[in-house]
Design a protein around this ligand. Structure first.
Ligand SMILES: Nc1ncnc2c1ncn2[C@@H]1O[C@H](COP(=O)(O)OP(=O)(O)OP(=O)(O)O)[C@@H](O)[C@H]1O
Ligand SMILES: [Mg+2]
Length: 248
């Protein structure tokens, strides 16, 4: 995969991306460019290819064709440089693994550790700062298995912050999260956006999108619309692209 099309002024630049699983065309001819300092909601019904898009960006599935650039680099180079943070839909972290909140957030620093591979003072400070920012400083010694769903999402955000990721990919982060936790997570995401991150979030909660996102991508194995939130959520638009109004 080449990255000739990737432009450094886009957090994410996807060109002509196709993903297939045998006969299933999960994504076809997908073009998406995400600006820096924007939150983009990725909306589509079950099976529309949202997770496939994240998986392609993360190198977890091999695209049939296409190019993916992150801040002008190949997605592999960007991942290796710690520029990308990804919260999978089915969380891939083993939450029963005996590891503390602080240790999980420290994993965000692993790509930056010196030759000794041991955390230095600067790494420990970055972890403490990140935990403070997400409001988990008091729980740093807690085993991750003992956290609530909303707290786990905040651990992920703390790890992204410690990592200094600049593209955040979140696959349905609000599923099973109460409204208060959701609001605090959104506030944090907006802070990260305002500090220059690009953020792509898949969600089925259409009612929450105007508060969450600056723009919307409507996906049904292809990009059907990419533009302002109000236009995307217009009932006529939803009816036209999905054949429904109330939910996606
Ligand atoms: N590993 C796989 N093997 C075969 N087919 C797959 C695989 N993963 C996804 N698919 C198929 O690809 C299509 C897109 O799936 P994907 O998981 O990307 O959709 P999604 O938009 O994330 O759906 P949801 O809202 O249910 O999470 C679906 O038809 C799905 O059945
Ligand atoms: Mg999915």
């Amino acid at each position: 995969m080449t990255t000739g099309a990737a432009r450094a002024d886009f957090a994410l630049s996807v060109r002509d991306l196709s993903v297939r699983y045998g006969p299933v065309h999960a994504l076809a001819d997908v073009d998406i460019e995400l600006g820096v300092g924007r939150v983009t909601a990725l909306i589509g019904m079950n099976g529309s290819g949202k997770s496939s898009l994240f998986n392609a960006i993360m190198g977890r599935v091999r695209p049939a064709s296409g190019e993916i650039g992150v801040f002008g680099q190949s997605s592999l180079a960007a991942r290796r440089a710690g520029l990308v943070a990804y919260l999978p839909q089915q969380e891939s972290i083993d939450w029963d693994f005996p590891i503390s909140v602080r240790q999980v957030v420290m994993t965000g620093r692993f790509g930056m550790l010196g030759p000794t591979r041991r955390p230095r003072a600067i790494d420990r400070e970055a972890v403490v700062d990140a935990l403070r920012r997400v409001g988990l400083a008091d729980l740093e010694e807690r085993q991750i298995g003992e956290l609530s769903g909303g707290q786990r999402k905040r651990v992920f955000l703390a790890r992204s912050i410690a990592q200094q990721a600049r593209l955040l990919l979140l696959d349905e982060p609000f599923a099973g999260v109460d409204k208060a936790s959701e609001a605090s997570i959104i506030a944090l995401l907006h802070e990260l956006r305002d500090s220059g991150c690009g953020i792509l979030i898949s969600t089925h909660d259409l009612a929450g999108v105007p508060e969450l996102a600056d723009e919307v991508v409507l996906l049904r194995n292809r990009v059907l619309f990419h533009g302002p939130t109000a236009e995307a959520l217009d009932p006529a638009m939803l009816t036209r692209v999905f054949g429904l109004e109330a939910s996606a």
